[in-house]
Design a protein around this ligand. Structure first.
Ligand code: DGJ
Length: 735
């Protein structure tokens, strides 16, 4: 017989089970709360007594809805900080006495600029939530969209003018993320410049607003739309790779964007993100709407390592074309650093033959094949094959490359025009401009105004023709400058500023249409290196060019920063000739192993290689092919950062845990000190692993097998010496 105590225990257990099995998105009608659960986090907001949406909680997963209380607006703080500023609005419109960053700011036709959004209705469908809000007076409707993924929540909004007059939107943000109120938080972000992208910056968040942004019309090399905020642990230390609470977010937009990272006088710590408000003004006619980009956010209770792995998995499963079952990226050869603009049929064939011999799977011809393109002064816009360099068109080269067993890719820069081109002479008005004003050239080129429909259609047509008439399976889509004089005279003064949104949307549309029409086509996003890397472009390209800086030591840092936000699968990394940037020469193996931590490419002038170079490259590429799925689609553990000492070490573990690979680099040995012991991660302590080093002499322990417990707790001593020594160790589950 079941006693009443047993019954209540059973009840508690069932409650617990049902709480864990609860719908990922739910509305607690008694408390007017929306609860969104990812695999490891809970996000809560609700309706306060004013019928306004108010943030309640974001952090580690909660399992008991009964613990949650309704939300109430916060009290004012004297007459200076009214409730509009002290209350954490879920999607605050600018109005009343609000002094924090709003999600939406508008001007109505009658001059009214006050906006107060209140709840109208909502719908839940599985893992999506749609909440409709509206201004208290005007028929301006703002719909908030949420989507719950296993480790990430997506939010974006749609602003719709249902009034009978035009409305101008002056700020349209995707949303705002709050971490629990407090101070002492730390912000991490990715900063840089051309040839020095994605440098990790970490600094304490102080009262006030820190703006991370691009005003350049594209994502930018300077700041990447990703952030993380971690909380001080006991003793004042912050999160590390394995421990601590980290909240993170990334924006899916490849135009001008902005994050306002704010600590208010009332200890709210919030990140508002969306379209950059600089020079923004988006008129909505009656019935028109504006959709914001998606802002993705997640939480890790196990430091930055887990935060990155969550983002990597999310990007591979839900953002990148192909999903988790995508084939690993092929090994690529690119001619740029070998030949620059001096491409021609015989020269490319010689390189292709050599590339095929070392195991390359995709041959990409870079800049220089079209128009009068002999240097960067002319030709952009004239997308016909240069008859002097390719007298019989591209077919002979493509057939030759295909005959060698490789597929063929080609470089394009569709958004640009050189003033010295037939296209510009025919359509000078297609270049972005303010009439009568100077046009600023950069790399001797102007930007085609892709916001115009005629330019968009023209661009789609020539790309479609190029891909239809040739067996081209890969485009390297480049963009070598940022906006200047962003005029769009044909749109008329009232609509010109729409260029900031429409340009990017049309670029997206061209790519999307190309991919639908040519399902086998793959695309790399390049913008003079890493100027266009974000979750918006990654939805429609297979990889990105990480940086024009291919110098291996610099690359360790660039790639490390990249890895905080984006997966190795998308990170194109080439081995190139030395001396390179900084005049530095690193050994070929060092360069290979650095590039093998991403999607491997070769950019060397193969005509200059020795027999030894070819032999090493053949061995490295074969090794890469045996581990690339683990690198590109596995779990990354950053063991030693290039920012911290002489040793850099990264480990990748396959999703099924059966294969792992360690990469270790010693930049410069000092005082004869041995490299520190490397403790592996992500292994089964009870398992036994086979250990295979590229050079077995580099393993101090001379092990051929070891337990997971040994590898993680005792660790491996890798005998790296001198400058730029490197090693890769394969760890495979044996028992
Ligand atoms: C910039 C890219 O980042 C390089 O890899 C190369 O494609 C050049 N453009 C070609 O002009």
């Amino acid at each position: 017989m079941i006693k009443s105590r047993q019954l209540s225990r059973l009840g508690a257990l069932l409650a617990c089970v049902s709480a864990f099995a609860a719908d990922p998105v739910r509305y607690l009608s008694d408390k007017k709360l929306f609860v969104l659960d990812t695999a490891n986090a809970t996000y809560v907001f609700g309706l306060n007594e004013r019928n306004q949406l108010q943030h309640a909680y974001w952090g580690k997963k909660l399992w008991r809805d009964a613990d949650l209380a309704s939300v109430h607006s916060a009290a004012e703080w004297a007459s200076f900080d009214g409730s509009a500023s002290t209350t954490p609005g879920e999607y605050p419109g600018w109005g009343s006495n609000m002094y924090t960053e709003p999600c939406l700011k508008v001007t109505l036709a009658d001059g009214n600029r006050d906006l107060v959004l209140t709840y109208v209705s909502h719908e839940i469908h599985g893992d999506t939530l749609v909440v409709v809000t509206k201004d208290i007076q005007y028929n301006l409707v703002v719909t908030l969209h949420y989507h719950v993924y296993p480790g990430v929540i997506e939010k974006h909004s749609v602003i719709e003018n249902k009034t009978t007059q035009p409305v101008t939107v002056e700020s349209a943000q995707a949303g705002v993320w709050y971490v629990p109120p407090g101070d002492g938080y730390r912000l991490s972000y990715l900063n840089g410049r051309w040839a020095g992208e994605t440098q990790l910056v970490q600094e304490e968040i102080h009262p006030g607003v820190k703006v991370l942004e691009s005003r350049r019309g594209t994502t930018s090399h300077q700041t990447n739309p990703w952030f993380a905020i971690d909380a001080p642990q006991g003793g004042g230390t912050y999160a590390d790779q394995e421990h601590g609470r980290v909240w993170f977010g990334a924006l899916g937009w490849s135009g001008s964007w902005k994050f306002s990272v704010e600590q208010t006088p009332h200890q709210q710590v919030r990140v508002t993100g969306g379209y950059n408000t600089f020079d923004f003004g988006y008129p909505l006619q009656p019935g028109e709407q504006l959709e914001t980009p998606a802002f993705y956010g997640g939480f890790s209770d196990h430091g930055f390592g887990e935060a990155s792995r969550m983002l990597h998995h999310f990007a591979r499963e839900f953002i990148l074309p192909g999903g988790v079952s995508a084939k690993p990226r092929p090994v690529l050869y690119n001619s740029w650093e070998a030949t620059e603009f001096k491409v021609d049929e015989p020269g490319q064939k010689v390189l292709a033959e050599k590339a095929a011999k070392i195991g390359v799977e995709r041959f990409v011809m870079d800049d220089g094949w079209f128009g009068a393109r002999n240097d960067d002064h002319a030709g952009l816009g004239d997308w016909y094959v240069n008859p002097r360099k390719f007298p019989n068109g591209l077919q002979p080269l493509i057939q030759y490359v295909n005959g060698l067993g490789m597929d063929f890719g080609i470089w394009v820069e569709p958004e640009m025009v050189n003033p010295n081109s037939d296209l510009y002479r025919k359509h000078p008005d297609w270049a972005m401009n303010f009439p009568g004003r100077p046009r600023t050239e950069a790399r001797h080129q102007l930007i085609l105004n892709m916001a115009r429909d005629d330019v968009k259609e023209y661009t789609f047509a020539w790309l479609d023709k190029l891909v239809s008439e040739n067996n081209i399976t890969f485009l390297k889509w480049d963009m070598n400058r940022n906006f200047s004089e962003p005029g769009w005279p044909e749109a008329g003064p009232a609509n010109e500023k729409k260029i900031w949104v429409q340009y990017t949307r049309n670029v997206y549309e061209i790519i999307d249409r190309l991919r639908v029409k040519h399902p086998k086509l793959e695309i790399e996003s390049c913008s003079g290196g890493g100027g266009r890397i974000d979750l918006g472009i990654l939805k429609r390209v297979d990889e990105v060019w990480t940086s024009d800086n291919t110098e291996a030591l610099d690359r360790l840092r660039i790639q490390e920063g990249f890895s905080y936000a984006y997966p190795a699968q998308a990170m194109m990394a080439w081995v190139t000739d030395v001396p390179n940037f900084n005049g530095r020469s690193t050994p070929l193996q060092f360069r290979f192993l650095v590039a093998m931590m991403g999607s491997l490419g070769i950019g060397n002038n193969l005509n200059k290689w020795t027999g030894e170079d070819f032999a090493l490259a053949t061995r490295m590429i074969a090794h890469y092919k045996s581990i690339r799925r683990t690198v590109q689609q596995g779990k990354l553990y950053r063991l030693f950062s290039p920012h911290e000492g002489e040793l850099t070490a990264n480990q990748y573990v396959s999703e099924d845990g059966k294969q792992s690979v360690l990469f270790a680099f010693l930049h410069s040995q000092q005082y004869g000190r041995p490299a520190p012991t490397i403790h592996l991660r992500g292994l089964d302590e009870n398992g036994v692993y086979r250990i295979t080093a590229l050079d077995p002499n580099k393993l101090a322990e001379k092990l051929t097998t070891a337990s997971g417990a040994f590898l993680q707790n005792h660790g491996l001593d890798v005998l790296l010496v001198g400058d730029y020594d490197s090693e890769s160790i394969l760890i495979e589950r044996a028992e």
